[in-house]
Design a protein around this ligand. Sequence first.
Ligand code: CP
Length: 332
Amino acid sequence: MPVATTPPPATPAAPPPHKWSRRHLLGLDGLTAGEVRALLRAAAAYVPVATSTQTDTQELAGRTVATLFFEDSTRTRTSFTLAARRLGAGVVDLSSGASSVNKGESLLDTARTVEAMGVSGIVVRAKQAGAAELIARGVSCAVVNAGDGKHEHPTQGLLDLLTLAEAHGRQDALDLSGLTLVIVGDVVSSRVARSAIAGARLLGARVVCVGPPALAPASLAALGCEVSGDLDAVLPIADAVMMLRVQFERHEGSESLRSPSVPSPREFRTLFGLTRERADRMKPGAVVMHPGPMNRGLEIDGEVADGPRSVIRTQVSRGVAVRMAALRLCIG
Ligand code: CP
């Protein structure tokens, strides 16, 4: 079905596939399709270990991973800790509330201090876009980006790709050609969307971002996606709909959703919320995704989040496997 969207620019030919040989995982943009597949293949192999409470490997035995979280997290932080432990590594946790960052120490000095104590890898989440790359330039150990401002969240992107591939029986080929991923809502604030767009495009999917112009501006097409303001027109072509949290905290001023350029929460839900009625109009086999945390009743209804199309809990589960793969490939 033709859908009026802002088209992306032509994408260059993909470079040849190759194995993972990088020290750091800072983003999916800039990786090759071969590198993304190498990470996903490793993650798929870890799924049985990641989803068991009774098994682990000793592949990183004797190593220590530091998780530096300077911004709140439930899923990412917990799953990196579980992933490191299931690889046999030790874990040290540091949060902004309990570190000398509160006394004015820079993120880089904090990372270097932790590295000097003998860690093999640093997992970092920070409010500042580019923080993980800055740290990677200043330390010798591996650095994995656990979310940097509005920039990227590469392990979230990978778990989204793995979930999407599994949902459509593509987990062996890891080729998403012919599938359409629709990303809805506060795309402009979303590091999750940036990583998902980059990864999905590398694996051959069509990506359409949907939202009001203030949250899904036409300029997003530069990322390689299409852009639409009409969810109801796009829904029938979706093989997966990824709803994004409206990130009130990232808009300038806490009242930004009430600014003239952005719909009110009620209008947002009316135009862009994934209600039961909208979910019922999706294609057979199409799935519903959400990176979490969710604003139930705003961007997604509870009965859709918990309904038969939802793969949200699979996303969470695959997060452990993906983070095992990221740690193993970067540190090991
Ligand atoms: N999806 C995600 O990054 O969730 P957390 O903020 O809970 O880690």
